[in-house]
Design a protein around this ligand. Sequence first.
Ligand SMILES: Nc1nc2c(ncn2[C@@H]2O[C@H](COP(=O)(O)OP(=O)(O)O)[C@@H](O)[C@H]2O)c(=O)[nH]1
Ligand SMILES: [Mg+2]
Length: 264
Amino acid sequence: MSRPLVVIPTYNERESLADTVARVRANVPDASVLVVDDASPDGTGELADRLAASDPLVQVLHRSAKNGLGGAYLEAFDWALERGFDPIVQLDADGSHLPEQLPRLLDRLEGRADAAPPADLVIGSRWVEGGSIENWPRHRELLSKWGSAYARIMLRLDTRDATAGYRAFRAAALRRIRLEDVHTRGYGFQVDMLWHAREAGLVIAEVPVTFVERTRGRSKMSPAIVLEAILRVTVWGLRSRFGRRRGGGAEARGDGSARRRSHA
Ligand SMILES: Nc1nc2c(ncn2[C@@H]2O[C@H](COP(=O)(O)OP(=O)(O)O)[C@@H](O)[C@H]2O)c(=O)[nH]1
Ligand SMILES: [Mg+2]
């Protein structure tokens, strides 16, 4: 039986969170929500606690300090797998990922969409036919396109939108990824996960989504985050061509036993 969980990482999203959670709950009524808050100074964590108090399907994971999107998701994945949630969805708090389009991702995951085969990981994609972006400044659009292209070339990925953050995983697929080998803390986490998913032999599908730039709050994207992603992708790409392969090949697939990892 399916027990979907939508993970929403937050850092200073007080103005957007309630609306996003309500829309998730309205569009996929059987989905639970896990808000992962990194001690937001603006009170997002307390707001999340209030939302959880009024809805048994909403829960909150409080982390003690801002430790990156990747760190938040990795902790949430452990939390979700321990509790038997399946599938597990990534969704931004700021309204950029439309909860109205979540059934599209879940249908594709289950193979319900247009007789398409089921997938292990479905990506809500801006760069496939039918996908789009609303209200992004030109420099963000270029950064996303170039970042995706660079990752695709360096890592030989087939995915059009390699940096997308709107994703749905089957729990079994997440278990096949060696999460303890995923070290990227910033937004490069998305590429790191995708690469590990490919290495683990997962079936990866993309469905078109409309990405709507936030109208409230501020982006946490920073030059340090961009730099981390570029450096890591470059190192992985060079290593996979010329050097030692990182752990995580399909043949080294984890069985979940090696899941102990520090969240530092
Ligand atoms: N828990 C947590 N969430 C974060 C962190 N950095 C970003 N987020 C959340 O990740 C999502 C995407 O961040 P956002 O700033 O909108 O990135 P952008 O859309 O690329 O500009 C939002 O829900 C943020 O609140 C972090 O360090 N910790
Ligand atoms: Mg955003």
